[in-house]
Ligand binder design. Sequence first.
Ligand code: MN3
Length: 206
Amino acid sequence: MAFQLPALMYPHNALEPHIDALTMEIHHGKHHQAYINNLNTAVAGTSMDSMFVEELISNIGSLPKEKQMAVRNNGGGHYNHSFFWKVLSPKGGGQPAGELSNAINSTYGSFDEFKSKFTTAGTGRFGSGWVWLVSSQGKLTICSTPNQDNPLMYGLVETNGIPLIGLDVWEHAYYLKYQNRRPDYINAFWNLVDWGMANDYFKKSN
Ligand code: MN3
């Protein structure tokens, strides 16, 4: 069974004005689809094509050597974008509640301080990559990964754990609306974060 593009749970224009409809259309329909096409080409005719993408990218070291880079880049791209579409919500924004709110406050002092550290990690990522809030047995960490790497890639990245939120800071994620102004894009992102989902992931990670 080949990997398939997941449908968005909202229309392309639902995240306006923070993320514009054309960016969503191209990002989901072209960029994400391209990672899936390349992943399918890489795993065609192998047992990898019946695995869950999470399973694939968590075990890259055990895959055939000649497939590892293609799975890292394209399996990573597929997982990261599938996750990202769920982090974003037209009803998002505000602040986390419940256990996650308590954990953010005790780890970072306040929600504003957390936002500031996450923003710094995003603006500081040189070139293309992602910034994440990760839980490892309830311990929160902000980390950033290059290219399509992510915290599930055991053995390949510095910080491992369960992603609670993730932000794509590749230029293709924001260039049409924000051009070179990555900090403005990150600032707008806070209006879209689905903290309810992040809190659910956090509870499952403990
Ligand atoms: Mn992207």
